[in-house]
Design a protein around this ligand. Structure first.
Ligand SMILES: [Zn+2]
Length: 435
């Protein structure tokens, strides 16, 4: 006879034939009312292990483990199966039950659905949700170490949880304004194309590659009707994105993401700084060159985020390096233009382009040409106030995912983690979902 050698439980069990203990186990293990605890046992070892035998409450028909449809009983299947469950204090926990099969009209004979686990998994749903939660917050290796499972097992759990969640919701429904962006996943020009919803700020689609074909796949998934509903698409200056959008969503207004325009300007400013630094080094001004090198951070940072002392350092450029100060002013002025109402922004942009073209700073002369090319898209961005917050915060978060994982070799693994973290499909903590 099975017997729980656990003093605390023994005390509660007194005179109750173990009924209390079953109730305690149900609550402690977070089991739902559809399940019945049949027996339990505690095994000693390096780490204690609690085994709990369960059955699903008797029903005439079960559900197919694969598709969830009602199906009639088929056979008892391959006997007992075990699922690793959330640890109980110092002990690990395993749930054990018969894996009976049902005859699904769609899938054929399949192991019946059990309320505590996903199909074809050796772990319970709660255990997987907890591990995936930790893998998202930290990384897969940390989660693997914490729960004593392999990295591969954590990876499979992430895929299983993401696949299930994405099967439940259609993220591409009701899109009005999207941002199409590219994200590097590996050295050597390996990119993903990522699509975000401007309204919710969530990532709604991602795929390997950055080409017309990749963007085409997004519109394939969207379909012609939902493509016609798209009103705004923001993107960087990449022609391959614009061409496909013009073909597949001709009514959508294409905006140039503010985030990208500003980053062009900061790149131009950094090029000016590097040029000045090289010049000074060559002409023997070693000390002055060193100062310029240290200025990089200050110059690229937004003015409103600088301290009083840092602002004075920039003001001092007026006496020491006029060219660099001019570049810095051009960068800050361009940022300001995006906050103006359309008519004022148009006038300011005219003045900015004239000033930049005459600035004698090559990187800004070049930038002025680029901005003239994309002027219509830039004005659309200003007119419709599609802020850059979404692209910026998603890019930062995606960068964080990549850093936490110390890079990704497999683009699909990266996509899975991006969707889990940024598409709003991350699992809740198990105790938040069991009512
Ligand atoms: Zn089925």
């Amino acid at each position: 006879m099975l017997f729980l050698r656990f003093r605390l439980f023994n005390g509660w069990q007194r005179g109750e034939n173990g009924v209390r203990v079953k109730k305690v186990l149900m609550a402690v293990l977070g089991l739902c009312r559809e399940t019945v605890v049949r027996a339990w046992e505690l095994h000693d070892g390096d780490r204690p292990r609690v085994e709990v035998w369960l059955r699903v409450k008797a029903r005439r028909r079960g559900r197919c483990g694969r598709c969830g449809k009602l199906a009639s009983f088929y056979d008892q299947g391959g006997g007992e199966r075990g699922w690793r469950h959330i640890d109980v204090g110092f002990a690990t926990c395993e749930l054990i039950a018969d894996a009976r099969r049902v005859d699904c009209p769609a899938c054929g004979p399949t192991v019946a659905e059990v309320p505590w686990a996903r199909h074809d998994s050796a772990f319970t749903r709660a255990f997987e949700d907890l591990v995936v939660h930790d893998a998202i917050v930290g990384n897969k290796q940390a989660a693997a170490d914490r729960y004593g499972v392999s990295w591969r097992a954590v990876n499979h759990m992430c895929v299983r949880v993401a696949t299930e969640a994405l099967g439940r919701v259609d993220l591409l429904d009701g899109l009005v304004a999207v941002a199409i962006d590219e994200v590097k996943y590996k050295k050597g020009q390996r990119y993903l194309t990522v699509v975000c919803d401007h309204v919710t700020g969530k990532v709604v689609w991602a795929a390997k590659g950055r080409s017309k074909a990749t963007v085409g796949k997004f519109f394939d998934a969207l379909g012609p009707e939902r493509s016609a509903e798209l009103q705004f698409v923001t993107a960087d200056g990449a022609e391959w994105i614009r061409t496909v959008v013009a073909e597949r969503a001709p009514d959508a207004i294409v905006c140039l993401d503010t985030f990208h325009v500003i980053s062009w300007a900061t790149d131009a400013l950094d090029e000016v700084r590097r040029g000045e630094w090289n010049q000074l080094r060559r002409s023997g001004g070693a000390a002055a060159a060193k100062t310029l090198k240290g200025l990089r951070f200050l110059l690229l940072r937004n003015w409103e985020h600088l301290t009083g002392a840092q602002r004075n350092t920039i003001r001092a450029l007026d006496g020491s390096n006029r060219r660099l100060l001019r570049g810095w002013q051009l960068k800050e002025e361009l940022r300001d233009i995006f906050t103006l109402p359309l008519l004022a922004a148009r006038r300011a942009l005219d003045a900015w382009l004239a000033y930049a073209s005459r600035s004698k700073l090559d990187p800004f002369v070049k930038l002025a040409r680029t901005i003239r090319t994309y002027r219509a898209s830039i004005e659309a961005t200003i007119e419709w106030k599609l802020t850059n917050g979404i692209a910026e915060s998603n890019n930062a978060a995606i960068g964080r995912i990549r850093t936490n994982a110390r890079g990704f070799h497999d683009p699909h693994a990266f996509i899975t983690m991006i969707m889990l973290d940024r598409a709003g499909i991350a699992p809740q903590l198990p105790w938040a979902t069991t009512a």
